[in-house]
Design a protein. Structure first.
Length: 287
């Protein structure tokens, strides 16, 4: 097991949830963390807290979908620390709604944040890691990167694509000593659901034929809350992915995520579909 002490780690989406918990944890272990997200005040508050407990944090307000912001993030990190040891690609959000009624523009936006921006930032960091002959890229995917659900398939598609990009990249970068690792959280208590509700509200309101199922969706998600893990659980796994000498290609967290992925792997698709429909109350519409 290695250590993250004095490692320079960029974390996107550090203003809340998993990113924030990861920044706190890595800083506690002695890493210098570079905090990137759009909400500057949140990042500054976190940086102050980290500094007060003797850690190091650099705030670089960043919208990952803006090219100039991505460049500034990498430049400020290099100016301040002179190197980058790891990039934790964590920023993301969930678009919900029946595929029939999600505007293409909203689908593109979700891909822009969760996938294209992530690829573009990674492209800026790779040459630096390559010259240093080592480093780690940790991509925060989801169980949704391997399981697609009704009414969440747009978000799920962004994460499926991220899994594919990560697998390809892992092979390409292995000769340079750069590890690419995927993290697959299950349901975690963060601001994720609130943000998904906000960005999806107008779509859900325009999805009349699906209304009986959508009305039930919130209640079902609410029930899932008792299974929810904590952002600190994911942070601990990200720390492990950064420290293990031979990191695994993917880590699922917490237990319910591993169980769900095992179920998906072992039972036939038509049975998994039937379980999903049952879980989501998708019965035939009575005319
Ligand atoms: N919570 C879950 O159940 C769960 C499960 C599986 C996977 N995940 C994944 O975990 C990651 C973190 O999500 P979370 O659960 O921690 O949700 P969260 O609390 O909503 O945090 C999302 C973070 O992403 C940042 N972000 C969003 N758009 C951005 C942009 N354009 N530029 C920069 N930063 C941006 C947000 O910061 P600003 O708004 O300040 O920019 C925030 O810091 C996401 O990739 C999500 O898909 C979450």
């Amino acid at each position: 097991m290695g250590s993250v002490k004095d490692r320079i780690v960029i974390i996107t989406g550090a203003s809340s949830g998993i990113g924030e918990a990861t920044a706190r944890r890595l800083a506690r272990e002695g890493a210098a963390v570079v905090l990137a997200a759009r909400r500057r005040e949140r990042l500054e508050r976190l940086a102050e807290e980290i500094a007060a407990s003797g850690g190091r944090a650099l705030v670089v307000p960043t919208d990952v979908t803006v090219e100039a912001d991505r460049r500034r993030l990498v430049e400020r990190t290099m100016q301040t620390y002179g190197r980058i040891d790891a990039l934790v690609n964590n920023a993301g959000y969930g678009q919900r709604g029946p595929i029939e009624s999600v505007p293409l523009e909203a689908i593109r936006r979700n891909f822009e944040t969760n996938l294209f921006a992530l690829i573009a930032l990674t492209q800026l960091v790779i040459p630096i890691l390559r010259v240093q002959r080592g480093g780690r890229i940790v991509n925060v995917s989801s169980v949704a990167g391997r399981i697609a659900r009704p009414f969440s398939a747009v978000y799920d598609a962004t994460k499926h694509a991220l899994e594919a990009i990560s697998d390809g990249l892992r092979g390409e970068l292995a000769p340079f000593g750069i590890h690419v690792i995927v993290i697959e959280p299950g349901f975690i208590q963060t601001e994720f659901l609130r943000v998904a509700d906000e960005v999806s509200r107008s779509v859900l309101e325009r999805s009349q034929p699906y209304a009986p199922f959508l009305a039930d969706l919130d209640r079902r998600y609410e029930r899932l809350r008792r299974w929810a893990g904590h952002p600190e659980d994911v942070a601990a796994v990200i720390l492990r992915a950064l420290m293990e000498r031979h990191p695994r290609p993917r880590y699922a967290v917490p237990g319910h995520a591993r169980a769900l992925l095992a179920l998906k792997r072992w039972i036939p698709d038509h049975l998994f579909d039937a379980l999903m429909r049952r879980q989501m109350g998708l019965r035939p519409i009575e005319s």
